[in-house]
Design a protein around this ligand. Structure first.
Ligand code: NAD
Length: 503
């Protein structure tokens, strides 16, 4: 039985132990409170009730975790690739076994709807399986013969790395960053978002129980400006894989400068979905709705700007408004719910402030725009039409169920509007004109583009953004390039002519 009541009963069972012991850090294989003994509360966005106390890690805890990761590194880097593969598959198996627990906890901690989090938990397992299978070949290189040398490249894990994750789909995103680091042979210190610590703790426990050696994966909870900052500044941490806001990425780059930190950034987006009048409008409508209102719109790849051709705009908007009115906003643990509450009050205030901004700038509020109820951070799915590219609602990442629609006349204008933002993460294109799809996708400034499709991930493809949306790509070898050092060794194949000085 998977109705709201049964999920609520299961939630109580899953939370009981966290309520008793709090959410501890995991350092060197040991569950420990923060060195300072301090804790903070994680609170559910559904009803603002406290969930559990969380270890308030700081510099000392990061230092202990970085030391544990450094000590564990040589053995983990040297372990047989096949053994590493087996452990990562064991982690994936355990994720599948505990997928329901993970999804229920994630919904309660973040407000994301169960229908999406149940899939996200299983995606976490797939991420581990994908990188598990690549582990044995992670060190492979190339043979590059030149006239007098045989050049041979190989890869070696960079060392201990810091992984810093946000609160939107935190479980899945953590697996997406940590699995390749482990497959490459790196050891990890993970600092999850302070708003969503539950599933990061479950994930670290799963890895520990699956036989990952102590110190290979360390978890330190805490605030970004203290624990997160200390991680980015630590000299034993060789690289930072970060997912979060563009502004935070820029801070991390500065913080990591003294220790010459290698950085990998997956940042914000203001992604366009461009609908031409020759498109399959029924499917385009489904995709437009899915890509902004799923995951509460708290999704880096959401298509938050609808660019719709003038000739079809009126009809498309009318159908959009009708469908928005039928979206089910409700308790995230109700399997029927499509949109849950936003993560917290600050974010809720930010999202609603964009309703004021849209009105002030002269756009038309065509749907939503208000709070639902007076408990929890529920907002109506919102649509602004009649916007233009200069407006704040067309330029800034709102990160909620909030769509801004702009009309365009022709392809040239559509492209100019699409590229007229600081971000460049994803783009979605709806048209049946083949040559236009080729031209447009080539000129569109985005790291990932889907043509006549919503966002469907294929793990071997490169994931990441351009402009203010990120630095670096993830997926297969792209991940290994970040977590590993490339080494070239040139062997002379004979007695080639050498320049002799002072001879
Ligand atoms: P955020 O930048 O506020 O926080 C992300 C993480 O960084 C948290 O763990 C936080 O504690 C930590 N942090 C904050 N300040 C820090 C500092 N000075 N030093 C080190 N760490 C620090 O982001 P958020 O609000 O949690 O997440 C939402 C953002 O993430 C959105 O902008 C979204 O687009 C982006 N995001 C991007 C992708 C992508 O793949 N491009 C995926 C998911 C989310």
């Amino acid at each position: 039985m998977t109705d709201l009541n049964s999920h609520l009963e299961k939630l109580e069972t899953h939370l009981a132990r966290f309520r008793q012991t709090g959410i501890m850090n995991l350092i060197g294989g040991q569950s420990v409170p923060a060195a300072s003994g301090e804790t903070f509360q994680t609170v559910s966005p559904v009803d603002e009730s406290p969930i559990a106390g969380v270890a308030m890690g700081d510099k000392d805890d990061i230092d202990a975790a970085a030391r544990a990761a450094r000590e564990a590194f040589p053995a983990w880097a040297a372990i047989d690739g096949a053994k590493r593969k087996k452990i990562l598959h064991d982690i994936a198996d355990a994720i599948v076994e505990r997928a329901e627990e993970i999804a229920i906890c994630e919904c309660w901690d973040t407000g994301q709807a169960y229908r999406f989090m149940s899939k996200a938990a299983l995606r976490g397992a797939e991420n581990f399986r994908f990188f598990a299978d690549l582990a044995p070949s992670a060190r492979d290189g190339k043979s590059l013969p030149s006239p007098h040398h045989l050049n041979v490249t190989s890869r070696a894990p960079i060392g201990s790395v810091g992984v810093i994750t946000p609160w939107n789909t935190p479980f899945m995103l953590s697996t997406w960053k940590i699995a390749p680091a482990l497959a490459a042979g790196c050891t990890v210190v993970h600092k999850p978002a302070e708003f969503s610590p539950l599933t990061a703790r479950i994930l670290a426990e799963i890895a520990h129980d699956a036989g990952l050696p102590d110190g290979v994966w360390n978890l330190v909870n805490g605030l970004g400006e203290t624990a997160g900052k200390a991680l980015t500044e630590h000299r034993d941490i060789k690289a930072i894989a970060f997912v979060g806001e563009s502004r935070t990425g820029s801070m991390i780059m500065k913080q990591g400068a003294d220790t010459l930190k290698r950085v990998h950034f997956e940042l914000g987006g203001k992604n366009p979905v461009v609908v031409f009048d020759d498109a399959d409008l029924e499917r385009a409508l489904d995709a437009v709705i899915f890509m902004i209102y799923s995951l509460n719109g708290e999704r880096c790849t959401s298509s938050s700007r609808l660019l719709v051709q003038e000739t079809i705009a009126e009809e498309f908007h009318a159908r959009l408004v009708e469908r928005i009115g039928k979206l089910k906003v409700g308790h995230p643990l109700d399997p029927a719910t499509e949109i849950g509450p936003l993560i917290d009050k600050t974010h809720f205030d930010k999202v609603l402030s964009y309703v004021d901004a849209g009105r002030q700038d002269g756009a038309t509020l065509a749907a939503g725009g208000a709070r639902i109820g007076n408990k929890g951070w529920f907002v109506e799915p919102t649509l602004f039409t009649g916007a233009n590219s200069a407006m704040r609602i067309a330029q800034e990442e709102v990160f909620g169920p909030f769509l801004t629609s702009i009309t365009f006349k022709d392809e040239v204008e559509a492209l100019a509007i699409a590229n007229d933002v600081d971000y460049g993460l994803t783009g979605y294109l709806w048209t049946n004109d083949l040559t236009r799809t080729l031209r447009f996708s080539d000129a569109l400034e985005a790291g990932m583009i889907w043509v006549n499709s919503e966002n469907v991930r294929h793990l071997p493809t490169p994931f990441g953004g351009m402009k203010a949306s990120g630095i670096g790509r993830d997926g297969g070898d792209w991940s290994f390039e970040f977590y590993m050092e490339q080494k070239n060794i040139a062997f002379a194949t004979g007695q080639h002519k050498m320049t002799r000085l002072g001879a």
